[in-house]
Ligand binder design. Sequence first.
Ligand SMILES: *Cc1c(COP(=O)(O)O)cnc(C)c1O
Length: 375
Amino acid sequence: MSTTRASLESIPVSRCEVTESDVAAVLETMRSQRLALGPQVREFERLCAEHAGCEHAIAVSSGTAGLHLLVLAAGIGAGDEVITTSFSFVASTNCFLYERAVPVFVDVEPETYTLDPTRIEEAITPRTKAILAVDVFGHPARWDEIHAVAERHGLTVIADPCESLGARYKGRAAGAEGIGGAYAFYPNKQITTGEGGMIVTHHADVAELCRSLRNQGRSAMGSWLSHERLGFNYRLDELSGALGVSQMRRLPELVAARAQVAAWYHEGLADLPIRLPTVRPEAEMSYFVYVVGLPEGVDRDDVMARLARRGIETRAYFEPIHRQPYIQAAFGDRIGPLPITEMLGRTMMALPFGSAIRKDEVDRVCEALREELAQ
Ligand SMILES: *Cc1c(COP(=O)(O)O)cnc(C)c1O
């Protein structure tokens, strides 16, 4: 390794951007002494509902918590089957495993890596209760086709838009599909609150139940020590709420900055024999990550190791959920063949990404990848 290379600053796989105005918003909230159940969370909810084009938004402590409450609102319980995708982050399956429901994984489509609606019908059994689809990497799933199958079979649809805040599908904002969806605000997402999430839904009954469940089963009207049902503490605090308000106001800017980084990658990698993100005509993608697919014959993990030695952090993305040891142990014998998911699991790699990644860093990643693939 040359000295110039060794002296280069390493490039992280994700970098978030907290501005001075974000810091000021959080400080102001600290000084207000109101740290929970206050105006910042309410304003953050209002902004998210407005963005999602729906009536209701309920702030929660994580995206996973939001999905869990939607699973409860769907009435999913022990032994119910949920048709979903394995090519996702584990939270999209964990959220219903908490209620002892059973995952039925169907394969994804090879262009956008989202759940393939044409494979749902063959997976339906008398125990099927719901379909949970994910807007993978910020690309909306084929929602209208999913809704059509769900309607034919009387199934509930739950959305996981944890990676797609700011995306659009047929003109509507990603988020409140079916009984609702939950955004996530971990620091690698389009906007961050540190930890946090937000349920968005068109349904008043779902919203009311989720509000109660996140707040220890209290009702909107009841007293502080009256609990109507078994609930959770899934509340978001005011400091996170203040950061969320400040970040949400910059969402268009942050999504545009990510699109710019994606465009630099597209251009820099266009002539390499790798799979780049595809966007379907009815969708506007909000890039959560920038993931490329290496050719089948190339040892992806070796390429990743060589990039790491050059100070470039990448990630195998996703490791399919059905490959995770705890899923194999519980359901391994009943998972059908998922050839596209398997292929993606072997070949996909996330490159350094985020609104704060610079052009010179993208250039360095593209050049390094070009050199390593030529080896
Ligand atoms: C980030 C993410 C979640 C939830 O993440 P939290 O860390 O719980 O906020 C859920 N599903 C997918 C697909 C995600 O990428």
